[in-house]
Design a protein. Sequence first.
Length: 158
Amino acid sequence: MVSVRAWNEDGQELADSLELNLLDYQEALERLVASQSIADRLAAGELLSITVAGEDEAQCSRLLAGAEACTAGQENVQCHHGDAETLEEAHHAGLSLGKYQAFLELQALDPTVTAEDVAGLTMREIRDWIWSLEQGTAVESTPAGNGHGHRHGWSGHE
């Protein structure tokens, strides 16, 4: 059975509208991926990151395989595995596990980036920031609302 905890207002609204609580995980994923809200966002180039985490590795592997099967053929959907310790670190930082993992990738490229810098960004914006740092792309804009002045170039690749 699934319990849902959203990490932002959009996530909470989506979870409430889809009534995912108490479904089995496969049905919850199917409902999530089939929702018009997710379909519209994916079509617009946003990313959906699904991360499976827990202490039972065998169960996590089964759940990850199920998530990958459910999202096979979907554009802009990524499935990942995380561990319980990283999940706890993510929640302590106020981020979902998927966003926290992306933040760690970004921070490896730019150690000055903080969890606060990415908290209000979409996964697409974080991935584009990572991509721009990996490519050495000229920096063009500042993340919305972070107030820290970090600069990045999000445009130019899809």
